[in-house]
Design a protein around this ligand. Structure first.
Ligand code: ARG
Length: 475
């Protein structure tokens, strides 16, 4: 059913309708559209524009539609253009012409912006809960391996020993920043566009502040043109989902490396691996690879929407219809990826012996020599030079740093006494990194404790937000 046509002598050409039609993807906004219609109905009624009897008829019609949509009993028809026209058809099928009364004081322009915001808030809260689940899987693994030494890398070359729990815990921090971004996004997004009308507000005595608060927003748009045209919340949501995708991708890349035969650190559980159709011996970390690969698609969705918005004149233009599929796709993608990655993380076992054996390889204790000299008040430039010479000597002789003789040490630098051997152990190097955020067992203990507290606070915060949102939707 068309929502316009009075001034036209002919309906749209088939090609025009085909290009315009969005109901096949935007029908998923139906629950939010119906909820915001209920809020709009309330202000139409309280402002005296609809009498009680009509509004209660419409209210029951909307409630019936809410339940029919939830059960899949009401679906779009081929002639419906978008979610708004499909639902108005539904209402008019039930109530006749009275069903058309809801359109007063409202345009699809403020309606679609409101629906999309409600959808985005709902999905973002679900995303936050999935992120906390992944954090919890990473935090458990980090705790399990908090005493397992491993080599740490820079440039993918052995750098300095670290505790493997420290290595895993770093991902929890990145995801915590994502949760902060979500919380911050929620604050900015909770401004209701409803009441902005087509672009200039409404001449009817409506109360957009009231509909805003009924829908869980903290205020309504202070500028109606901005209200209908603002898609910052879409772009920002797509940035947040992209960055989460990038974080997942980096987790995926590490898992791929650690699971190689060359590393042999990670044993990915069978349930989270896949086989090869031709090579019977293969066990591939496909979940890690998909986590890595999906980041490209998420970033693509962000750049697509930013490009669509760039240079768009105000207020509403039909280009804005292109904001939905990328947003839907980014949420859908993460809803698939995060649980699989969380499961993969939770079920992967790491080879402590291999990691321990690799920890001192590649002269990863050379910094300890330099720090030893610094403690003897040798300027770092000299200390660095001397430690480098130790490495060069060892490479020439094919020995490890702690195997240099006393004479060899003294000849490299007079302050290099045999005591230096005491710091040339993985445990010694780890234990000495006691600064906040360092890899020592004591610092890691504090870090893990803080992360647990933060995770539980975030879980409580987002669960409460979700409850409030579901309450609003069910009202
Ligand atoms: N389907 C449209 C969209 O998604 C709804 C708004 C249409 N408004 C208009 N003035 N044609 O953007």
């Amino acid at each position: 059913m068309a929502l316009w046509g009075g001034r036209f002598s002919d309906g749209p050409a088939q090609t025009v309708f085909a290009l315009s039609r969005s109901v096949h993807f935007d029908f998923r906004l139906a629950p939010y559209d119906l909820r915001s219609s209920l809020a709009h109905l309330d202000v139409l009624e309280s402002s005296g524009l609809l009498d009680k009897q009509v509004s209660s008829q419409i209210r029951s019609g909307l409630r019936e539609l809410i339940s029919e949509v939830a059960k899949g009993e009401f679906t779009p028809k081929p002639e419906d253009e978008d979610v708004h026209s499909a639902l108005e058809r539904g209402l008019m099928e039930k109530l006749g012409e009275v069903g058309g009364s809801l359109r007063a004081g409202r345009s699809r322009n403020d309606q679609v912006a409101t629906d999309l915001k409600l959808y985005a808030v709902d999905q973002m809260l679900h995303l936050a809960s999935l992120v906390t689940e992944l954090q919890s899987a990473l935090l458990s693994k980090a705790t399990e391996y908090k005493d397992a030494p491993a080599p740490g890398f820079t440039h993918l070359q052995h750098a300095q020993p670290i505790l493997f729990g420290h290595e895993l815990a770093k991902h929890v921090h990145a995801l915590s920043r994502d949760l902060d971004r979500i919380a911050d996004w929620l604050k900015r997004t909770k401004v209701s566009p409803l009441g902005s009308g087509a672009l200039s507000g409404s001449s009817l005595p409506l109360a957009p502040e009231k509909t805003a608060s009924a829908l869980g927003f903290s205020s309504n748009s202070a500028n109606s043109i901005d209200g209908v045209s603002d898609r910052d919340f879409v772009a920002e949501a797509l940035f947040i989902t992209s960055l989460i995708g990038v974080h997942l991708s980096r987790i995926g890349e590490e898992w791929c490396i650690w699971a190689t035969t060359e590393f042999g650190w990670a044993k990915v559980a069978d349930a989270y691996s896949t086989g090869s159709s031709i090579m019977p011996q293969k066990k591939n970390p496909d979940m890690a690879e998909l986590a890595r690969g999906k980041a490209g698609r998420l970033i693509g969705n962000l750049t697509g929407v930013l490009t669509m918005l760039k240079g768009l004149p105000f207020a509403y233009n039909r280009d804005l219809q292109e904001d939905k599929e990328p947003l839907f796709d980014s949420f859908d993608t993460l809803f698939l990826v995060i649980p699989a990655v969380a499961g993969m993380v939770a079920t992967t076992e790491f080879d402590r012996e291999k990691m321990l054996a690799a920890a001192p390889m590649g002269f990863s204790l050379a910094t300890e020599i330099a720090d030893f000299l610094v403690r003897a008040h040798i300027p770092f430039s000299q200390a660095h030079e001397a430690a480098g010479k130790c490495v060069a000597q060892c490479e020439k002789l094919g020995i490890a740093l702690h195997e240099l003789s006393d004479d060899q040490l003294i000849s490299i630098h007079p302050a290099l006494t045999s005591d230096v051997r005491k710091v040339l152990t993985v445990d010694g190097a780890l234990a000495s990194r006691t600064t906040r955020g360092g890899t020592s067992p004591s610092s890691l203990e504090v870090q893990l404790k803080d992360l647990k507290v933060e995770l539980s606070q975030n879980t409580t915060k987002f669960t409460a937000e979700s409850k409030a949102f579901s309450g609003m939707m069910g009202a």
